[in-house]
Write a protein that binds this ligand. Sequence first.
Ligand SMILES: *[C@@H]1O[C@H](CO)[C@@H](O)[C@H](O)[C@H]1NC(C)=O
Ligand SMILES: *[C@@H]1O[C@H](CO)[C@@H](O)[C@H](O)[C@H]1NC(C)=O
Length: 202
Amino acid sequence: MDLIQQCSLKVPLHILIFLLQIHFISTYPTPMKCSDTTRICTSFLAFKPQPKHTMALIQSMFDVLPSDITVESNGWDYIFIRKNCSCASGMNKYVSDTTFTVRSNEGFVNELVMDAYDGLAFLPNKTRWARKGSVISLRLFCGCSSGVWNYLVSYVMRDGDSVESLASRFGVSMDSIETVNGIDNPDSVTVGSLYYIPLDSG
Ligand SMILES: *[C@@H]1O[C@H](CO)[C@@H](O)[C@H](O)[C@H]1NC(C)=O
Ligand SMILES: *[C@@H]1O[C@H](CO)[C@@H](O)[C@H](O)[C@H]1NC(C)=O
C-alpha cells in the first residue's frame, strides 16, 4: 500500500520534470559555432541587473573584477561585462567560463541559473536540486568576430527591443546585426533569444 502511494506521487513529478527539461531544451539558445580552438578574444555580455544584484554579487556571478564592468550610459540600466571568450575544443562553440554559487535550498539549479543569468548562461548538464553553498561551473554564451568587427556583445532580446532599436542604441547598422546573427527578416526576432551585437570599439 505504501509503495503504491509513493509511486502515484512520484510518477507525475517525474513527468513534470521531464516536460520542464524538454521545454528548456527546445527554447534555449544555441551558442555560436567556431573552429579555431586556439582563438581567444575579448567579448562583452549585456546584463540587466535587478535590485538584488550588488556589485559584489555580479563580480562573483561572472568571475570578473570591477574594472571589467561598465555601466551603459543613456539610462538603459544595463551593464556590460568584459570576458575572455574562447573556442571550446570538442564542442566547437564560443564560451566563457564562470561559477555560480547557490544561495538557497529551493528549486532546481537549472532554474536558479536561468533566473540569475537571464539567458546568458548554458544550463548545467543535469537537473538537480539546489543545495545552499554549492558552486556550479557554468559556461556563458559569448562570441568572437570573424569579420571586420572588434567585439561581439551577447544580448538577450527583451520585450520592446527590435533590430532597429538595438542598431541605434549600439550605434551600428541594422545590416551588420542581421549579418552576424543570420537574421533574414528583422521583424521576426524572438524575445528571450540571444543575439550578438557587433561593435567597433568597447
Ligand atoms: C584574457 O586573455 C588574455 C590574452 O590571452 C590574457 O592575457 C588574460 O590574462 C586573460 N584574462 C583573464 C581574466 O583570464
Ligand atoms: C556537460 O558534460 C559534458 C561531458 O561530461 C562536458 O563535455 C560539457 O562541457 C558539460 N557542459 C557544461 C555546460 O558544463
